[in-house]
Design a protein around this ligand. Structure first.
Ligand SMILES: *Cc1c(COP(=O)(O)O)cnc(C)c1O
Length: 390
């Protein structure tokens, strides 16, 4: 894993202005727990109203604690501006609602987080259509474009199977046609993959996962150029009202101080567990970006790996999956990923094998989010849970 040293410094240190010139400053940014900001005179308030995206008027707009988080994530992504949201879904909603018009089409690439696709289905009510293209080949992507395609939204590594897309190739193909590109970059975090320098227009994160890292908050963030962020700010963020409260922004800043160190441990332990699973007779396949068919691309595009991946149980029926999950003692059963505690879940339900197959998801799939308990303990846990499965 390589993490840019300047990124580590950014994660650790808050930039706090002194109260008076020459004053000492706190190491942690103050939590500015206020709904509004008052002005020295009415004219100053009216001036601030002309650009609420760059003035403190009301905390549904800008708040200093939240701005410190946005400054950090924008710099980590090498983007011009960022906006934080109440959740990852609030961030994705704001991108779609802020940038799209009736009649537009979204092309989704790779396996996409389920609720993102559910949101796209709701957007049909407003005349916005979409398609999903699972084939990463640029020719297949081109063939899936429509004259109305305005946005290509992707995940790389993708949800559930962690397949990678060639981000520079997608960006080039889209730019040539004036199509905006956006990526849900949550898996890699801004420390391990920087889509904007590769030509992608928008990078988005659910901060609920690795950025927060402690499973104690829900948050999202979007990074892009100033012009796009202004459109997202005025046409969606400010009016939808899905703000990140100052205390949650502060918790997130605290979580991010250990992000570089956590990622090193997540990568090492997840790889150790993935390799161990590859050799297990009850396991048909392991889906980890470093071990799959597109590992060369993953290696080239990312500077390391986080700790969430999946494996396929050889007996792929629901009962076997359920038995293995229920036999785990250290991995907790739950949604989400990216926290300090290890988690397990499966997309399988008693009756959905067909519909999963239609989405390209193999039966028997189990997803692990490897936390920080240590690879040895987690391998022991998996060994006893798998003992009866082969
Ligand atoms: C969890 C998740 C989201 C949604 O984030 P929330 O903070 O839960 O709203 C978006 N994308 C991916 C890939 C996720 O795993």
């Amino acid at each position: 894993m390589h993490i840019d040293p300047s990124d580590i410094a950014l994660c650790i240190a808050d930039e706090v202005a002194p109260g008076r010139p020459g004053d000492s400053v706190p190491t942690s940014v103050p939590i500015v727990q206020t709904s509004l900001f008052s002005f020295p005179d009415f004219g100053a308030l009216l001036d601030a109203f002309t650009s609420e995206s760059s003035h403190h008027v009301y905390s549904r707009g800008q708040n200093p604690t939240v701005e410190e988080l946005e400054r950090k994530v924008a710099r980590l992504e090498r983007g011009e501006a960022a906006k934080a949201f109440a959740s990852g879904m609030a961030a994705i909603s704001a991108v779609f609602l802020g940038l799209l018009e009736q009649g537009d089409h979204i092309l989704f690439l790779n396996h996409i987080y389920g609720p993102t696709l559910q949101l796209a289905r709701h957007l049909r009510r407003f005349g916005i259509e979409h398609d999903v293209c699972l084939d990463p080949d640029p020719a297949a992507i081109e063939a899936a474009l429509r004259p109305e395609t305005r946005l290509i939204w992707m995940e790389s590594p993708g949800t559930m199977l962690f397949r990678s897309l060639d981000l520079a190739a997608v960006a080039e193909l889209a730019r040539a046609r004036g199509i905006t590109t956006g990526i849900d970059n949550s898996w890699a975090t801004p420390l391990l993959q920087k889509p904007l320098p590769l030509g992608i227009d928008i990078s988005m994160h659910t901060c609920t996962k690795y950025l927060g890292g402690h499973s104690d908050l829900v948050a999202g963030v979007v990074v892009s150029d100033r012009e796009r962020m202004e459109r997202i700010f005025y046409r969606a963020y400010l009016l939808n009202g899905g703000i990140l409260p100052p205390f949650d922004a502060w918790l997130l800043l605290r979580g991010m101080r250990t992000l570089p160190t956590r990622l090193r441990q997540h990568e090492a332990d997840a790889l150790a567990i993935a390799r161990w699973l590859q050799a297990h007779p009850a396991v048909r396949a392991v889906h980890h970006p470093a071990l799959g068919p597109d590992r060369d691309l993953a290696e080239r595009q990312m500077t390391g790996y986080s700790g969430t991946f999946a494996f396929e149980l050889a007996p792929g029926d629901f009962g076997s999956v359920q038995a293995v999950i229920d036999a785990l003692r250290v991995f907790r059963i739950g949604v989400s990923w990216g926290g300090v505690e290890s988690l397990v879940i499966s997309p399988m339900r008693p009756d959905n094998a067909r519909s999963l197959e239609a989405k390209g998801i193999p039966s028997g799939l189990i997803r692990l989010s490897v936390g920080l308990e240590g690879a040895e303990v987690l391998i022991d846990d998996l060994a006893s849970a798998l003992a009866n499965a082969s």
